[in-house]
Design a protein around this ligand. Structure first.
Ligand SMILES: Cc1ncc(COP(=O)(O)O)c(C=O)c1O
Length: 363
């Protein structure tokens, strides 16, 4: 049977290597996984308590209206209820936005080295992908506006940790006003951004406008396993979204955990503190090791191993440390390391130093 070329050419998303798989393959018991930008503190204690209390009612379907999540997020984030949508991770939101807005042959515009899900979801929905440098996004849109329906801007981006600043966000939004296009700011790492000129695009949100903001509960909120993401979107987008999403797309444990996690401000503060301390520690270590790195607004750092990163990755696995290879993002010599607990960060860097001696540097 004929399969469309967009699907045949699709390169599957490569998630971080699971701990259990690494244990099996390398016969190790102790593993440090700093590969998926997860929260090393675990889920917030308030979320864990809410999950335990909800276990006894898991024979029931979850609330398809997302009532409590909408109420809590609306109040916390100061957003009108009709501008909120929830998905099975922000991954699902990315996919459904492509499904809603892209017809076959139309295109999604994003930046080079952007988070891979945009490309996969665009292809899965038979749309093309156009990439530009962040500073050329507006110009590239103007050139391709007959085709481009969605502009995905990961801010901050994964895996680079880079961001676009307040002026760039404003300029981009201004430049598309009145056009047949939505600008989707994916702010999965919003809570970690420290740059003084970083702003959430929520500041420029208009219920009748063309801006969508994606947020996730997988990173700073520590709920990656439960799968829940949110979007702040124009009235018309949320209306269509609620018609096409599966009624039970967000499971009950995820719903109760999100509501509880949003109340846990001390957990968020602790998460930010250990993340920023961990990033600063990594920067110092990479400087000592003379490895170039990208300053990050996320909870991870992309660094140049100055070697074939695959060999460094494998050397680290043998020592029980899982980092993230990023050759699929066009970085064959780089690895990405997520911030872990202080002890994990130290052990990972000690292992890295040893592996760097084992794998010769490229000349
Ligand atoms: C930039 C970005 N957006 C979205 C996601 C997806 O997050 P989730 O589907 O867990 O909400 C990730 C996950 O790594 C990410 O890095």
């Amino acid at each position: 049977m004929r399969i469309s070329p967009e699907l045949l050419n699709l390169v599957p998303y490569k998630p971080g290597k699971p701990i259990s798989e690494t244990q099996r393959e390398y016969g190790l018991t102790q593993i440090i996984k700093l590969a998926s930008n997860e929260n090393p503190l675990g889920p917030s204690p308030l979320a864990q308590k809410a999950i335990s209390l909800a276990l006894a009612s898991q024979h029931l379907y979850p609330d398809p209206t997302h009532f409590k999540m909408i109420e809590t997020v609306s109040e916390k984030w100061k957003v009108r209820k009709q501008n909120l949508g929830f998905g099975n991770g922000s991954d699902e939101l990315i996919d459904l936005l492509c499904r809603i807005y892209c017809e076959p042959g139309q295109a999604v515009l994003t930046i080079h080295h952007a988070f891979a899900a945009y490309e996969i979801s665009a292809a899965a929905n038979r749309a093309k992908v156009i990439k530009a440098n962040p500073e050329d996004l507006i110009e590239t849109y103007q050139k391709n506006k007959a085709q481009v329906r969605l502009i995905f801007v990961p801010n901050p981006n994964n895996p680079t940790g880079s961001y676009i600043n307040k002026t760039q966000v404003q300029q981009l939004i201004e430049s598309v006003k009145g056009e047949e296009v939505l600008v989707i700011f994916d702010e999965a790492y919003n809570e970690f951004a420290r740059a003084h000129d970083y702003v959430s695009a929520q500041n420029f949100f208009d219920p009748q406008g063309q801006v969508v903001i994606l947020r996730t509960f997988s990173k700073a909120y520590g709920l990656a396993g439960l799968r829940v993401g949110a979007m702040i979107a124009p009235d018309s987008t949320v209306d269509i979204f609620n018609r096409i999403r599966k009624p039970f797309n967000v499971n009950d444990l995820a719903q109760v955990a999100l509501v509880a996690a949003l109340q846990d401000e001390s957990f968020m503060k602790k998460t930010q503190e250990i993340t920023w301390k961990g990033l600063d520690y990594f920067y110092i270590q990479f400087e000592k090791l003379k490895l170039p790195y990208f300053k990050s607004q996320g909870n991870f750092v992309l660094f140049d191993t100055r070697r074939d990163a695959k060999l460094v990755f494998e050397g680290l696995l043998k020592k029980g440390v899982i980092l993230r290879p990023v050759a699929n993002y066009g970085f064959p010599k780089h690895l990405r390391i997520s911030v872990g607990l202080e002890s994990e960060n130290q052990m990972a860097l000690e292992a890295l130093e040893k592996v760097l001696h084992e794998v010769p540097e490229d000349v």
